[in-house]
Design a protein around this ligand. Structure first.
Ligand code: SME
Length: 159
């Protein structure tokens, strides 16, 4: 069993703890699905105010649902569609304060109000996206973007 110290300090400190726990859990494990599963569990445990945390992988030119925490979600998303598909198509983080105002947002869970999707790149190519959803409007700020982009960089070679 793993026990992690969730400091309860500042948000950057929370992300530092999360990153270090994720590094420790994934460093010696070559299986990407196992690493995404533990990453989703850590994100769920560390970050308050989420209703979904997980991954979509680029497989056969589309996004396919990977390990996650939260309610069952849509399985396949076309590149360019929704928030996840936009992050995959642009290779840029998508922070959406109000999902209802995002054209083409795909509502997997009706309670979602805001969303953060961070692409995971390897050798400049998007191989997956990290997706966080929240029932609170504008749940994600610049510190969440910085923290989740650091997680995406760590996972780049561990998926
Ligand atoms: N809302 C996402 C779909 C994935 S679920 O949120 C888990 C989107 O618009 O791409």
């Amino acid at each position: 069993m793993y026990q992690f110290d969730i400091s309860g300090g500042t948000k950057p400190a929370l992300y530092r703890d999360l990153l270090s726990a994720l590094d420790a859990l994934t460093a010696d494990e070559p299986d990407g699905v196992a690493n995404m599963a533990n990453a989703a569990a850590l994100l769920w445990e560390y970050l308050p105010g989420l209703n979904w945390a997980g991954f979509y992988r680029v497989i056969g030119g589309e996004l396919v649902l990977g390990p996650f925490q939260g309610k069952a979600a849509c399985i396949r998303i076309a590149i360019g569609k929704g928030v996840c598909g936009t992050a995959a198509a642009t290779a840029e983080t998508q922070r959406v304060d109000d999902v209802h105002a995002f054209p083409g947002h795909i509502a997997c869970d009706a309670v979602s109000e805001s969303e953060l999707v961070v692409p995971i790149l390897r050798d400049g190519v998007v191989i997956a996206v990290l997706d966080l959803d929240s029932p609170h409007p504008a749940r994600f700020d610049d510190e969440d973007v910085v923290g989740c982009e650091a997680i995406a960089r760590l996972l780049s070679l561990r998926l």
